[in-house]
Design a protein around this ligand. Structure first.
Ligand SMILES: O=C(O)CCC(=O)C(=O)O
Ligand SMILES: [Fe+2]
Length: 325
């Protein structure tokens, strides 16, 4: 079974001087994203103990009674923050709900945040679990995962022939959505026909960085159509391109279909960080991705409107058509 390439992104840490190592990392990233769209990163800056603590806190939250988790149900939040129950989201809209539960969080935006004042969708406070250590673990993990995302986005900008901070510094506030996912084992919750832990889908934003507990279950389809099982080494994160990045690059980079199969006898926990350009960013084909003679494949669209549309299609609290299937 082929595995994914590994890219060391430590050379793109905040404040590090330009180097030849950066060019080499950016070249490898470009080659990888043209074919595979998924890769592993090391040198990301997320400390092992910070990740371990976050995974442990996530498991404690999911072990709470359903009634307690539902006190922070996502339907109670106008900002898409909170608990999403088993089979209430269908990443593949044509299939049954996913056999997983999640907790969706994001950058904490208070009442005086400009985007909250402007009523920009998605900007607002989180709904926090009452499990006592969660928020402290979250603060540490979120900060380090964001730094990891800066490193990857700088490498991407370099690979695309743009200034290193081109993606990170888009006007407005980049959206970072940190999601906690629990896949119950099939021995306890058997799959219905065609049901998956996460149905086949592509991610919506620019890039996703995912930590997991090493149990396995994530599968990815390459541009060639071949499916590969992703095993994440303990020191690595998985990175993948989302649809907005594919659109931005006029499909120079692939946003791969991927899915998760629940483990047979074990729980699986994962923590994806979804990165989306600031809500009002116009995603139009980058000039560096348009060779002479080629035309943009996609109409210009606002990053946030696109995200909103995709999320509304797959969550039953927003799309009643998904219920009762
Ligand atoms: O849990 C995983 O490994 C992948 C989850 C995923 O693809 C997603 O939430 O978009
Ligand atoms: Fe995904």
């Amino acid at each position: 079974m082929p595995s994914l390439p590994t890219i060391d992104v430590s050379c793109f840490a905040t404040g590090v001087a330009p180097s030849a190592a950066q060019d080499a990392a950016a070249r490898l990233l470009d080659e990888t994203c043209r074919e595979t769209g998924f890769f592993l990163i090391t040198g990301h800056g997320v400390l092992p103990e910070v990740k371990a603590r976050m995974l442990a806190e996530s498991a404690l939250f999911f072990a709470e009674p359903l009634a307690s988790k539902n006190t922070i149900a996502i339907a109670r939040s106008p900002y898409h923050r909170g608990y999403v129950g088993i089979a209430t989201e269908a990443l593949d809209e044509s299939q049954k709900g996913d056999l997983k539960e999640t907790l969706d969080t994001g950058g904490e935006a208070g009442p005086n945040h400009p985007d909250v004042l402007a009523g920009t969708p998605f900007f607002g406070p989180n709904q926090w679990p009452s499990t006592p250590g969660f928020r402290t673990a979250w603060e540490a993990y979120y900060a380090q995962a964001k730094e990891a995302a800066y490193r990857v986005q700088r490498a991407m900008a370099r690979a695309l022939g743009k200034p290193d901070d081109f993606i990170v510094d888009q006007p407005g506030e980049t959206m970072y959505h940190l999601r906690f996912v629990h896949y119950p084992p099939q021995s306890i919750t058997p799959l219905a026909e065609n049901q998956l832990g996460s149905g086949v889908h592509t991610d919506y934003g620019s890039v996703t960085l995912l930590a997991d507990d090493g149990v396995g279950g994530l599968q990815v389809m390459k541009r060639s159509g071949e499916w590969i099982a992703v095993q994440v080494p303990p020191q690595a994160l998985v990175v993948n391109i989302g649809d907005l990045m594919a659109i931005w690059t006029n499909d120079r980079w692939i946003s791969n279909p991927h899915r998760v199969v629940n483990p047979a006898f074990q729980d699986r926990y994962s923590i994806p960080l979804f990165v989306t350009p600031p809500y009002h960013t116009d995603i139009a084909c980058l000039d560096t991705c348009l060779p002479p003679g080629e035309l943009p494949k996609y109409p210009v669209q606002k990053a946030g409107d696109y995200l909103n549309k995709r999320i509304s299609a797959t969550h039953s609290y927003r799309n009643p058509l998904l219920d009762g299937r």
